[in-house]
Design a protein around this ligand. Structure first.
Ligand code: ADP
Ligand code: MG
Length: 257
């Protein structure tokens, strides 16, 4: 009997906050769903902005990624359906405590990889929305992932810390997860009219010797509007430049898997 195919697992990480990790997870998830892919989004941030942006009230969530990583609930019973093709493993503020509890547990870096294994044949792609830190849960995400996307704001200051992230990725590849592949840097909040943004973008790839996903995601107010109604920009502004950019980026990601 042919065995069912396992989902690709994409971590979206950058320990800097506000670089559009969560926006990218929701938008790439929506773009994959448009193609008929079965998608699981995993919220690994105690701030629960992904959960919220998908129209779920984090305060009303009973079972979340918190219980799953602590071994107090099964992943299958904790996953919520967002729409026909998209499910989410939600987060709540309690996840902040789980990080501390995991610190003393053996095998903590493998905790996500092993629970996700239970559902990997149910999906085509699983996307992990990391918190703005290089803590236990981000390490666990990198250990579970087959691919990594690093969103970066297309302006100079936000590049501090990328070296540290890449060092961590190197360690993870060496010690925990040989399969991890850096899919690329995803330039976000790009202002094509500014020379500065354009220069930074050209510099990015060469400086870090990494692929730069294209096209860059333009800065647009549409993104700020979308989560308010629990939908992604792909639904609220279907033909907007931002939505189209995420569709194209999603194709590049699929090609890189
Ligand atoms: P992170 O998860 O990295 O902290 P978010 O995805 O939450 O970042 O984005 C931070 C803020 O920037 C949010 O208010 C979001 O609506 C906004 N944002 C994200 N992408 C864009 C964009 N392309 N243009 C304008 N605002 C954006
Ligand atoms: Mg976020």
């Amino acid at each position: 009997m042919a065995r069912a195919k396992k989902a690709a697992v994409i971590a979206v990480a950058n320990q800097k906050g506000g670089v559009a990790k969560t926006t990218s997870v929701a938008s790439i998830g929506a773009a994959l769903a448009e193609q008929g892919k079965r998608v699981l989004l995993v919220d690994l941030d105690p701030q629960a902005s992904l959960t919220f942006s998908l129209g779920i009230d984090p305060d009303a969530v009973e079972l979340s990624v918190n219980e799953v990583v602590l071994g107090q609930a099964e992943i299958a019973e904790s996953i919520l359906e967002v729409d026909e093709h998209v499910d989410v493993l939600p987060s709540t503020i309690e996840l902040a405590g789980a990080e501390a509890q995991l610190l003393t547990r053996p095998g903590r870096e493998y905790v996500l990889s092993s629970v996700l294994d239970e559902v990997r044949t149910d999906y085509d792609v699983i996307i992990l929305d990391c918190s703005p830190s290089l803590g236990v849960l981000t390490l666990a995400a990198l250990t579970a992932a087959t691919g990594l996307v690093i969103p970066m704001q297309a302006e100079m200051l936000s590049h501090r810390g990328v070296g540290q992230l890449l060092d961590t990725v190197k360690d993870v590849k060496r010690l925990l997860n040989k399969k991890l592949k850096i899919i690329g840097i995803l330039p976000t909040m790009y202002d094509g009219r500014s020379n500065h943004s354009r220069e930074v973008l050209e510099d990015l790839g060469t400086r870090y010797k990494l692929p730069v996903l294209s096209p860059p995601i333009p800065r647009t107010v549409r993104f700020a509007e979308a989560p308010a109604v629990g939908r992604s920009v792909l639904d609220t502004a279907r033909r907007s430049k931002g939505a189209e950019a995420y569709r194209e980026v999603t194709d590049s990601i699929l090609a890189a898997l």
